[in-house]
Design a protein around this ligand. Structure first.
Ligand SMILES: [Fe+2]
Length: 244
């Protein structure tokens, strides 16, 4: 059983299409939220996620465009894109975003959230202190997260209580160990921020206990043209070139 892990698509149709083309075979998909925001193809990306029939949680942008998260949490460019997106969305797609849960359980003790288990919508897990607190407060084997747009993995070794972090900005392979627990971010499909502009996604192989993270090229200039033609802030187009 293989699960494709998609997060932070951010209305980037070129990135999601390149990722889906790159994925050879999975049995199902999960989506960790922020389907919309920043990019110019919100309806297309929501419909793509619906077509995949995947388990999906909502992210801060998904909930902000339907009025469930205050837009004052966002910077100027993000806020402009949220207001623009909320004007574009079809009724069905608004209802889809409104229906999203904050947390999903894949199997015994394997969970998925957008931000973190203690604040699924807004909290970023960026350092070992935050990861340590979350490992101590929540009893999971693996928690898949998105939100930071940084591909990487925190692990807790239960033999010595040591926490490690490995950056997966160029992709890589995580072998799930019996003695460890994990917080895994498979990176962002549509707006990577780890210095690698390629789209990022993961595949979790439950049978072998392996998570692979992959990076895929996509036609960034097409996405940038659409953002500019839509009248969205130019900075949202520019950052895609750098993966920041
Ligand atoms: Fe995001």
């Amino acid at each position: 059983m293989k699960i494709g892990i998609l997060s932070d698509i951010h209305s980037n149709s070129e990135a999601i299409n390149s990722v889906l083309k790159n994925i050879k075979r999975v049995d199902e998909f999960i989506c960790l939220g922020d389907i919309v925001g920043y990019g110019a193809d919100p309806n297309y990306c929501i419909e793509k996620v619906k077509d995949l029939n995947c388990k999906c949680v909502g992210g801060n942008h998904d909930f902000a465009v339907v009025g469930k998260v205050n837009i004052n949490y966002f910077n100027y460019a993000a806020r402009a894109a949220i207001l623009w997106t909320s004007r574009q969305l079809k009724k069905d797609n608004i209802n889809f975003l409104l229906s999203l849960n904050k947390k999903i359980e894949l199997k015994n003790k394997v969970f998925a959230v957008h931000g973190s288990p203690q604040d699924p919508i807004l909290e970023y897990i960026l350092d070992k202190n935050t990861a340590s607190l979350i490992f101590s407060k929540f009893n999971f084997k693996i928690c898949f997260v998105g939100h930071s747009h940084l591909a990487g993995c925190f692990s807790l070794d239960e033999n010595n209580n040591q926490i490690d972090y490995i950056n997966y900005r160029n992709g890589g392979r995580i072998e799930i160990s019996k003695n460890k627990r994990y917080i895994i971010n498979c990176g962002s499909v549509g707006q990577p921020r780890d210095g690698n502009p390629k789209a990022s996604y993961g595949i979790y192989d439950l049978k072998y206990g392996i998570v692979n993270i992959y990076r895929v090229s996509y036609p960034i200039h097409l996405t940038q043209d659409k953002i500019i033609n839509a009248g969205l802030p130019k900075s949202l187009a520019d950052r895609l070139s750098y993966g920041r």
